[in-house]
Write a protein that binds this ligand. Structure first.
Ligand SMILES: Nc1ncnc2c1ncn2[C@@H]1O[C@H](COP(=O)(O)OP(=O)(O)OP(=O)(O)O)[C@@H](O)[C@H]1O
Length: 265
């Protein structure tokens, strides 16, 4: 059993009391193996972020349990990194200092920390920007810095909650490439939430499809495309079948109004 193995068993998550009570997740069982890239898709409010927060230890399930390797998750751990939709960088700190921030905050700076931060920045093409400040960077560059910050403690598991949602379509595609390259060079489990079915299929080994609230897993679609992934794979039957299968769960069989290229849930 590896620290990168994630298992959720019998998860129920409710919020609030009595008539205010909301069941966000119901009967969720999910196993993600160490090193897998798994995306979660589903309608708004189906519990995708809640599922990430459970894995991160930020919240504890109302029922069921979350395991990281052999350990039950009951609080945040250094084995899990988190990247949010907004990069939330420190405006007064340089790019390098932003990447190092989690280590500074926890008193974990080591002699090689700056070199590790520089290595991550180089992997996402930001080697010449370490002395810049966030307001000198584009949105895509800021999000790349946030991803490096999420990786600086070398977590076994990386949780990403719609990390590219605020970016334009071209930057978003480019970011997918950066992320896959980082993942190839620094293998880890990734659980990635997105509203883009195309993005999920292009990036992932598996796409987990969730139902409207209360969120349940309705399909687990294995993406058989070879790695490394290339844009021309988007014209293959494997790609189209996967996109269609997921869209049918989310929009129903008869709905033909959704454009094929950039369907969102
Ligand atoms: N702390 C909380 N207190 C009360 N209700 C909450 C809380 N967190 C989430 N919920 C509710 O749980 C449900 C699932 O929310 P969640 O944010 O996980 O969905 P989501 O699938 O990530 O949504 P979106 O795609 O819109 O980001 C929603 O109905 C939400 O209002």
């Amino acid at each position: 059993m590896n620290a990168g193995d994630v298992r959720l068993g019998g998860i129920v998550q409710t919020f609030g009391e009595d008539e205010e009570r909301v069941t966000a997740l119901s009967d969720v069982d999910l196993t993600v193996e160490a090193g897998e890239f798994v995306s979660l898709v589903g309608p708004s409010g189906c519990g995708k972020s809640t599922l990430l927060r459970l894995v991160s230890g930020l919240i504890r399930p109302s029922a069921g349990r979350v395991m990281l390797g052999e350990t039950q998750v009951s609080a945040p751990t250094p084995d899990v990194g988190f990247v949010f939709q907004a990069p939330t960088l420190l405006p007064w700190a340089t790019v390098l200092e932003n990447v190092l921030f989690p280590l500074r905050m926890l008193g974990e700076i080591a002699p090689d920390s700056a070199d590790r931060a520089r290595e991550l920045l180089a992997l996402v093409g930001l080697q010449d920007f370490e002395g810049r400040h966030p307001d000198e960077l584009s949105g895509g560059m800021q999000q790349r810095v946030a991803i490096c910050r999420g990786l600086i403690r070398d977590p076994a598991v990386m949780l990403m909650d719609e990390p590219f949602a605020a970016l334009d379509a071209l930057t978003r595609e480019e970011m997918g490439g950066h992320l896959l390259e980082l993942w190839r060079q620094k293998p880890k489990t990734i659980i990635f939430v997105t509203h883009s079915i195309n993005e999920a299929v292009f990036l992932s080994d598996r796409v987990i499809v969730m139902s409207a609230r209360p969120g349940r897993i309705v399909d687990d679609v294995r993406i058989g495309l070879a790695r490394p992934r290339t844009q021309d794979m988007e014209t293959t039957n494997e790609y189209h079948h996967a996109v269609q299968r997921i869209r049918q769960h989310i929009y129903g069989k008869r709905d033909t109004r959704i454009p094929a290229r950039e369907a969102t849930a």
